[in-house]
Write a protein that binds this ligand. Structure first.
Ligand SMILES: [Zn+2]
Length: 88
């Protein structure tokens, strides 16, 4: 029983020591973490723009506005469809 109490006290002490080491103000293993630029994808990469999807006048396919072609009469999914023109 006495050993169990000592073990619990040891765990509590360990918990406080670990919490003290993780305090933001203290210089610790996490110092400078917020300035770390090793982020895999969210940092550096431009935020994904929500692009408008526009229907091709020829085939009706919805493509992002930047990937399509804007021609006479409207918007097309590809250069070929722009050349073919609107359907019908
Ligand atoms: Zn098309």
């Amino acid at each position: 029983m006495r050993n169990l109490l000592l073990f619990i006290l040891f765990l509590i002490g360990l918990y406080y020591v670990r919490r003290a080491l993780r305090r933001p103000g203290a210089p610790g293993p996490q110092a400078g973490r917020q300035d770390d630029d090793g982020g895999p994808q969210q940092r550096g990469a431009p935020p994904a723009e929500i692009e408008q999807m526009v229907a091709c006048l020829r085939c009706g396919l919805h493509v992002p506005e930047s990937e399509g072609v804007r021609g006479a009469g409207g918007f097309y999914c590809s250069e070929e469809h722009r050349r073919l023109g609107p359907r019908g």
